[in-house]
Write a protein that binds this ligand. Sequence first.
Ligand code: 5GP
Ligand code: MN
Length: 334
Amino acid sequence: MTNDDILAIKELLSTPKKIAIIPHRSPDGDAMGSTLALYHFLLKMNQLPTVVAPNEFPGFLTWMPGSEKVLIFEKDRANSTKVLQEAEIVFVLDFNAFHRTGEMEHVLNKLTTIFIMIDHHEKPDTFAKYTYSDTGFGSTCEMIYNFICLLGEKSLIDQKIATCIYTGILTDSGSFRFPKTTGTTHRIIADLIDLGVKNTEIPTLLFDNNSYESLQLLGQALQNMKVVPELHTAYIALSQQELDKYHYVKGDTEGIVNYGLTIKGIHFAAIFIEHTDERIIKISFRSQGGFDVNKFAREYFSGGGHINAAGGKSNLSLEETVKKFEKIIHEITI
Ligand code: 5GP
Ligand code: MN
């Protein structure tokens, strides 16, 4: 994002405008944190923002300030489409390609309005008039903090905005331990805490949110885990039947993939989750060190993401998908 871009955006925001803010489908803490932080910021800038999420966000994020105002495209297509079509500016946050919004993609493809992208994933598409894309950042929320500072409006960051930004930095950095966590990240965190963020309560709201059944599902997933020590790889498959058995709700499988990496010597972990209603296998990949799971996901499983955390999907059956994965890992270097 150049100085001229910032000046142009400042000019755009100098009068009230209808603004839509969109996270990616199945939004996580960073996607919701960044969209809600920007939402509260734009309200303070006398703008008319609406967050439109492609589908529902997980229960562990419903406490976030402003989440009750979010429109869910897949639940309320009429109103969501209207907001998108009437928007004078559309912010896309924490993703960089329309297909990451699922069916909302068809509405976005037809819009001729000004798009502003703020994102930290690899290989951004070129639909946005203003693009702030940098894979050097651990979270979109850290970029939102910078974006507000670049606009010269740091003094508008209040406890609500700070709370949303804190949440995204916390979740996308794996509680401040992933490699892109820098001194600057921690200085921003310090600033946010000074602004009143309840830094000891937020992790409880986010992570101590299990139901008995979601823990039983975790137990099942750990039982299903296969480990290939010579390939430093661990992977888990969960069938729809197993999800049903433990009355799966959205968010229950969040983070399970990381357990593979907690085994000594394992630096590549994957989870394959069957979603029969969407007729896909949703896949998450995680790595520690140099193995690039973004590349792996792009090349073999129609996905993408970051070097150490990526996702993908498969239209094959769960069994066939796992077989395909097993074949590939024996043919490449991990
Ligand atoms: P998760 O495994 O938690 O769903 O996603 C890990 C990371 O990869 C996140 O940054 C997410 O946005 C990204 N990601 C997940 N699924 C996909 C996908 O299908 N395509 C792309 N390009 N990125 C994905
Ligand atoms: Mn993110």
